[in-house]
Design a protein around this ligand. Structure first.
Ligand code: NAP
Length: 335
C-alpha cells in the first residue's frame, strides 16, 4: 500500500558511497527512531563525528497516528513528528543511511558495524537505539493479504479505507490510537481484543467507548483471514466459548505490540533481560564498554510506558555517556 505521508530520507537506501564507510566515526548510532535521532543531535553538538544507520526513519513513530503527549505539540501526526526530528538531525549534517545492521564487533579499540547490504562502518563508540519490531498475528492469510487489506501502519494506510469497514486487533495504546485515527476515514471500525479489559490508557479508553463508529469485540481472537485478490473477511473465535464467526471487513490493522530484535543483541554479546531487552545502567551503558543503548529496546524502560519523550531523553543521555567514554579513552585530539 502506498504511504499517504512522505518521509524524506537523507541518504540513499543502498550502495552508500565509500566516503561514508571509509572514515572512523566517533559514534555509530544504530536506529533512527526518537532515541537514535535525539542521540544524533546531542552527539553532533558535542562535536562527535556521528552517523545513523537505520532500517527506517522514525521507527514506530512513523507508523503512529495522532501524537498528543509529546512536549511542544498538542497534536501532531506521527509521520509529521518524524519529519520534524529528521529536519533537526539534518541541521547538524548527520548522515542517515538506510540499511540493516547484522552485527557489531570489537576490532582493537574500535567497533566494526556490519550491515545486510555488505557495508562496514567503524566507530569509537556505538549507540543501539533499534526499538522493537511489530508483532504479527501469525494466522493463515496474514501474509497473503499484507498490503491487500492487512496493514501494520494506520497513518500510512487509513486514507485508503474511506467509507469502508475495518478492524483493528489489539487492546493497547497503539490499537486504540489506530482505531481512533481510522474513524476519520472508515465507515465502521471494529476493535478486536482478546480480553474483556483494555490495556490502553484511560484517556484512550474514554475516547474509544464514546466514539459511535467504534465497536469493541471483546474476548475474541483472529483465527484466519480470507478473501480473493483482497481481504474480505476475518474468521474470529471467542476465547471464552470457542465459538467461531465471520466478520466482513475491507481492512485489518494489526496492533498487538512489538518485540526487540534479540538475535542481533545476542550476536553482539550484550547482556539481556530474560525477555530480550538490553540491560543498561542509569547512564545507558550496556555490559560492553563503548556500546550504549536507548529507547524501547532497553530493559530500563517500563514495558507499558514506551513513550517518545522517554526514548528521546534516553538517547540524549546515551550521547552524553558516549561523549565521556570517547574523551576518556581517545582524548580530545583523536582525529
Ligand atoms: P502493548 O501495550 O504491548 O499492547 C499490545 C496489545 O495487543 C495488548 O492489548 C495485548 O493483549 C494484545 N496482543 C498481544 N499479542 C496478541 C496476539 N497474539 N493476539 C491478539 N492480541 C494480542 O503494545 P502497544 O499498544 O503497541 O504499545 C506499546 C508501547 O507503546 C506501550 O508502552 C504504550 O504505552 C506505548 N504507546 C504509547 C502511545 C501514547 O502514549 N500515545 C501510543 C502508542 C503506543 P493483552 O492486553 O491481553 O496483553
Amino acid at each position: 500500500m502506498s504511504s499517504a505521508f512522505k518521509i524524506s530520507v537523507t541518504k540513499m537506501d543502498f550502495g552508500v558511497g565509500e566516503e561514508l564507510t571509509r572514515k572512523v566515526y566517533d559514534v555509530v548510532i544504530i536506529g533512527g527512531g526518537p532515541a537514535g535521532m535525539s542521540a544524533a543531535i546531542y552527539a553532533a553538538r558535542y562535536g562527535l563525528d556521528t552517523i545513523i544507520i537505520t532500517e527506517e526513519v522514525g521507527g514506530q513513530v512513523a507508523k503512529a497516528g495522532w501524537v498528543e503527549n509529546y512536549l511542544g505539540y498538542t497534536r501532531i501526526m506521527g509521520p509529521d513528528l518524524v519529519s520534524k526530528f529528521e529536519e533537526h538531525v539534518k541541521y547538524y549534517n548527520v548522515p542517515i543511511v538506510i540499511d540493516s545492521v547484522e552485527n557489531v564487533e570489537l576490532n582493537g579499540d574500535l567497533f566494526r558495524v556490519y550491515t545486510v547490504n555488505g557495508d562496514e562502518y567503524t566507530g569509537r563508540a556505538v549507540i543501539i537505539a533499534v526499538g522493537e519490531k511489530k508483532r504479527k498475528l501469525n494466522v493463515p492469510g496474514e501474509d497473503k493479504f499484507n498490503g491487500r487489506g492487512v496493514s501494520y501502519c494506520a497513518p500510512c494506510d487509513a486514507p485508503l479505507f474511506k467509507d469502508k469497514v475495518v478492524a483493528v486487533v489489539g487492546g493497547g495504546d497503539s490499537a486504540a490510537s489506530a482505531a481512533l485515527l481510522l474513524t476519520e476515514y472508515a465507515r465502521k471500525v471494529y476493535l478486536i481484543h482478546r480480553r474483556n479489559q483494555l490495556r490502553a490508557q484511560k484517556y484512550y479508553q474514554d475516547l474509544l467507548l464514546r466514539n459511535p463508529k467504534i465497536e469493541i469485540i471483546w474476548n475474541t481472537v483472529v483465527k484466519e483471514l480470507q478473501g480473493d485478490k483482497v481481504l474480505r473477511k476475518a474468521i474470529l473465535q471467542r476465547v471464552d466459548t470457542n465459538e467461531t464467526f465471520e466478520l466482513q471487513i475491507d481492512g485489518l490493522f494489526v496492533e498487538i505490540g512489538a518485540e526487540p530484535p534479540v538475535e542481533l543483541f545476542r550476536r553482539i554479546g550484550l547482556e539481556l533481560s530474560q525477555d530480550g531487552y538490553i540491560k543498561v545502567n542509569h547512564l545507558m551503558e550496556t555490559s560492553v564498554p563503548g556500546i550504549f543503548a536507548a529507547g524501547d529496546c532497553v530493559d530500563l524502560t517500563p514495558r507499558d510506558f514506551r513513550q517518545i519523550i522517554v526514548a528521546a531523553g534516553q538517547g540524549a543521555l546515551a550521547a552524553y555517556s558516549a561523549y565521556n567514554y570517547i574523551i576518556r579513552k581517545f582524548g580530545f585530539n583523536r582525529k
